[in-house]
Design a protein around this ligand. Structure first.
Ligand SMILES: NC(=O)c1ccc[n+]([C@@H]2O[C@H](COP(=O)([O-])OP(=O)(O)OC[C@H]3O[C@@H](n4cnc5c(N)ncnc54)[C@H](OP(=O)(O)O)[C@@H]3O)[C@@H](O)[C@H]2O)c1
Length: 323
């Protein structure tokens, strides 16, 4: 495992971190399997874990807490998120700070997450949605300053809404945000335009989320893929999105080097960016943990292939199904 510096916090975090959404609520999750996978990731050097209160109303956070207790001698970085009070993902331009994150509610959810995970200080607390229109609102600024002063959290981050990487730039300029979590993968390259340069300038750490485009970039989806009732992916991969996503994935197939999987190529593409502190693939199976961590070998991808993958950039705008 290779390690990278987590922005101005200076933490040494594993290049491959751990996305813990799936095990909190996607259909097909099994706690025993998730626990074994988490254990294996620690054995292989993973030390950065991204969860959220909303991933099973604290369930994913509790799995992380148990992992910490099984590894008392290791520094494992804990990143979690405060859900929007109105429970609407993503937030919309017309929402007010009071709809999503009134100050007393921010503290309430930090306390819930500390309890679920079982730590005094959360390494990173993130807002699970964000509107840059709230940047200058003194109430969240005061709330996060107090959280840090009281050592309830060490760092504060924003998880930007899907396909809106610029919807946090003024907020980062307040100097109060230490990390940003953004969708960045072979398709979603647009955070490179404005977000990455600003993060570089300010020392804000970048967490690359959704490295496989929720599954498209594993190459496993077909135009007929369906998930069991209740799985959120049915509402994301509506026909319009599934058809387009499968076509885009098929267009990548001729580029995959011999002996490599599409998932491996996808992770290596992300890790080629020196701006990224860590990427957080969602993983519930040990074989996926082992395959994903094996990509962190410092070897990257050939420059010619990187050039070709750049042409597969897919600029998308939020729509009713994108969430
Ligand atoms: N708003 C937000 O803040 C937000 C939104 C979305 C995601 N996130 C964070 O980002 C993380 C990653 O995103 P995600 O989990 O939604 O999607 P993702 O990482 O793009 O895809 C996860 C899927 O890929 C599969 N997979 C993982 N490694 C694989 C491999 N080597 N080969 C084949 N399949 C593989 C997983 O299978 P298994 O699970 O069965 O192993 C899972 O079905 C989340 O877990 C969460 O921590 C945050």
């Amino acid at each position: 495992m290779q390690y990278r510096t987590f922005g101005r916090m200076g933490w040494q975090v594993s290049e491959i971190g751990y996305g813990m959404w799936g095990m909190g609520g996607w259909t097909g999750s099994d706690d025993d399997e998730s626990t074994s996978s988490l254990n294996r990731s620690v054995e292989l050097g993973c030390n950065f874990f991204d969860t959220a209160w909303a991933y099973g109303d604290g369930h994913s956070e509790k799995l992380l807490g148990a992992l910490l207790r099984r590894n008392p001698d290791k520094k494992l970085y804990v990143a979690t998120k405060i859900p929007p009070k109105n429970r609407i993902w993503p937030s919309r331009r017309e929402f007010r700070l009071d709809d999503d994150f009134p100050p007393e509610y921010i503290l309430e959810y930090v306390e819930k997450s500390r309890e679920n995970i079982g730590v005094d200080t959360l390494d990173l607390i993130q807002f699970h949605v964000w509107e840059d229109g709230w940047a200058s609102d003194a109430r969240w600024q005061k709330a996060v300053t107090e959280l840090k002063d009281r050592k309830l959290v060490a760092a504060v981050g924003v998880s930007v809404n899907r396909w809106e990487p610029d919807n946090c730039l003024d907020t980062l300029r307040t100097g109060l945000i230490d990390a940003v979590q953004v969708i960045y993968n072979i398709f979603d390259q647009n955070p490179e335009d404005h977000l990455f340069p600003l993060c570089r300038e300010l020392g804000v750490a970048i967490i690359a989320r959704v490295p496989f485009d929720e599954g498209t970039l594993t190459g496993a989806l077909t135009r007929d893929t369906k998930w069991p009732a209740g799985d959120w992916r049915n509402s994301y991969f509506v026909k319009e999105n599934l058809d387009a996503s499968v076509s885009r994935a098929d267009a990548l197939r001729p580029l995959i080097p011999a002996g490599m999987s599409m998932a491996e190529m996808a992770l290596r593409f992300i890790n080629a960016s020196p701006d990224i502190a860590t990427s957080i693939p969602g993983m519930r199976k040990i074989k996926n943990v082992e395959a994903n961590i094996a990509t962190s070998d410092g070897k990257g991808l050939p420059a010619e292939l990187m050039g070709k993958l750049r042409a597969h950039r897919w600029d998308r705008t939020p729509t009713y199904w994108s969430q």
